[in-house]
Design a protein around this ligand. Structure first.
Ligand SMILES: [Zn+2]
Ligand SMILES: [Zn+2]
Length: 159
């Protein structure tokens, strides 16, 4: 019994090896450079802040002020955030206005949670949903490169 089982396993392994193809992952990734990042992946470069409402400690990661992650948009419902280099190119060659921010946000794909990315939206406390309001106007935020990625949220970037 045991012997025949062993033999069976060996042959199936051989078959797998013969038929498996190694896809060229690297080149296919380079074509479509959409990336999804989470706070967990950013450790140890993460920080903590205390929610002013519920006092819970929230882990977060932020892009540097030297990054070109503008304009980025948060989801109105959750704290997911999206940035597309094509939007940056538009912002760099356009007059900045609230209308521009709104029209760029309208073209974004829907958030995974079912909500929409909006020009005035902000990240929210994962525990109590307290909104971390931005001090700048919607127009000023068009050129703000500092993406705040909160624990539990996804940062989608398209290069
Ligand atoms: Zn809170
Ligand atoms: Zn969302």
């Amino acid at each position: 019994m045991l012997h025949s089982k062993k033999r069976k396993k060996k042959t199936s392994n051989k078959l797998l090896q013969a038929t498996s193809r190694r896809p060229r992952l690297r080149s296919s990734v380079r074509v479509q450079e959409a990336m999804e990042q989470t706070v967990e992946e950013k450790r140890p470069y993460t920080h903590f802040k205390v929610c002013p409402e519920c006092k819970s400690s929230i882990e977060y990661w932020s892009t540097s002020g030297m990054s070109e992650c503008f304009p980025h948009f948060y989801c109105e419902r959750c704290s997911n955030v999206i940035w597309r280099s094509s939007d940056r190119d538009i912002v760099c060659s356009s007059e900045l206005s609230q209308g521009l921010a709104e029209s760029l946000a309208k073209e974004l794909p829907q958030c995974k949670c079912g909500g929409s990315f909006k020009s005035g939206a902000n990240p929210k406390c994962p525990s109590c949903k307290h909104e971390f309001k931005h001090s700048n106007s919607i127009v000023q935020r068009l050129t703000d490169p500092c993406v705040i990625l909160l624990q539990g949220a996804i940062f989608t970037s398209e290069n």
